[in-house]
Ligand binder design. Structure first.
Ligand code: ASP
Length: 432
């Protein structure tokens, strides 16, 4: 197909443009059209709603199948069990740190302050939030089919984990089911790709509506949201991940930062952890010396369940929405956000825009207005670039930590490459 395209470029300039460029154009045009049309731009909203509905259609099967496949990809040996446990604990722990950083920076910079937005049904706000204990109890679905039908993501995650682990435990008998889930997961990734083709138009409709309704002033806080998410992402990678590499694994963090550059660029541009997986595995093995066994298990699992960047973004956006709608959050709300975003990020598929869908889950769990989602949707691609990059950097950090602790890290490979020009050599860093 590539060859054909090269021989004879088909379609007009628009159809040949990369998706993210189309989305950016959709967003800019939306803002312009919305500003010109004012409140009349509401007639364009259905285009956005169509897109949001199509995305919502994906969420339940995508989470369910991709999580099961992530879990069944582990092999049932003792070592694998130990490696899984280490990886899962590290994945969840680092995610909770990520969201705390996101919440902290959003509280510090208050990107939503002064927006004074009003929700459609203000009475519902704050009252919907279930108590923390109830949230925890509700995580276990009494009826998994009901959970799937109702789209209760936390319950779906718990059931998928249980089913996945059981499939892994029954060995040969699970093979047909695993094959079926693998092929359904593949199909859902494809469907997601197709739905994402609607994104430029959907974002156009949403941005036109938002800009028309709230005016250009709504954009300034959005720039602030972008700045806060990028700053949090940078801190998480440059301080927390490198800290874990140097303090916990006792390795040169410069090598880690250098080794992740290729997959980071792929993640930044494709905004898909799953799509970046080949690059992540290659870099972990060839640049960092992670063994084949650890890389081929820990990284796909990470691409499915470890989304530090997504959690961090959900923290920032939840606070942004609360600030924009002047809603005060209690301490228990913050804890609920941390818990829900950690679990929601587990259920987020490693595909473009999946985090935005999960944001609706976090917002509803703490009783924040869902309209906030529409505002963030316009800049979601830009935020997705930062969060996907964090997501895969986190996967690689955990794969190195796990490999090191299992004696599965080839130190010669890890230390072999020349550091980038101007960077201190391995020896210098070690003696420092
Ligand atoms: N695009 C992200 C990823 O693939 C998921 C998200 O939307 O947050 O890692």
């Amino acid at each position: 197909m590539d060859n054909k395209n090269k021989a004879k470029p088909s379609g007009n300039i628009w159809t040949r443009l990369e998706l993210w460029k189309k989305i950016l154009i959709g967003m800019i045009l939306g803002v312009i059209v919305g500003t010109v049309m004012g409140p009349d731009a509401e007639i364009l909203k259905p285009i956005g709603t169509l897109f949001i509905n199509a995305i919502k259609m994906l969420i339940v099967p995508l989470v369910f199948f991709s999580l099961i496949v992530g879990i069944t990809s582990m092999q049932d040996t003792n070592k694998m069990g130990r490696i899984s446990l280490k990886a899962i604990i590290l994945y969840l722990g680092t995610t909770a740190v990520a969201i705390t950083i996101g919440l902290g920076l959003a509280a510090l910079f208050t990107p939503g302050a002064g927006l004074n937005m009003i929700a459609n049904n203000p009475d519902a706000i704050g009252k919907e939030a279930p108590a923390l204990v109830q949230t925890l109890l509700n995580m276990i679905p009494q009826n998994p089919v009901g959970a799937l039908a109702a789209g209760n993501i936390l319950q779906i995650i718990i059931f998928a984990i249980g089913l996945g682990v059981s499939l892994a435990l029954i060995g040969e008998k699970a093979e047909p089911a695993i094959k079926l889930f693998e092929s359904l997961a593949e199909a859902m990734y494809k469907l997601t790709e197709l739905v994402m083709k609607l994104a430029p138009y959907g974002v156009f409709g949403l941005m036109a509506w938002v800009a028309g309704k709230y005016g250009l002033e709504v954009l300034l806080p959005l720039i602030k949201v972008i700045a806060v998410v990028f700053l949090a992402a940078l801190l998480h990678i440059a301080v927390f991940y490198t800290g874990m590499i140097s303090i916990v694994a006792r390795l040169n963090p410069i090598r880690y930062l250098k080794g992740l550059s290729n997959p980071a660029v792929v993640a930044f541009t494709t905004t898909s952890s799953s799509g970046t997986l080949p690059a992540t595995i290659k870099a972990s093995r060839e640049e960092m010396g992670v063994s084949k066994g650890v890389a081929s298990f820990v990284l796909p699992l990470g691409a499915t369940i470890n989304m530090d960047g997504t959690a961090l973004y959900q923290g920032v956006c939840a606070l942004f929405v609360a600030q924009a709608f002047n809603i005060d959050l209690a301490t228990s709300d913050y804890i609920t956000i941390i818990l829900t975003a950690t679990l929601a990020s587990v259920g987020t598929a490693g595909v473009p825009g999946a985090g935005l869908i999960m944001l609706s889950l976090v917002l509803t769990t703490v009783g924040l207005p869902i309209e906030g989602l529409a505002i963030v949707a316009g800049i979601d691609r830009i935020l997705d670039m930062a969060r996907t990059t964090v997501n895969i950097c986190g996967d690689m950090m955990v794969s190195i930590l796990v490999a090191k602790s299992e004696g599965e890290l080839d130190m010669d490979v890890y230390n072999s490459k020349e550091p980038a020009a101007g960077a201190p050599s391995v020896a210098e860093v070690k003696t420092a």
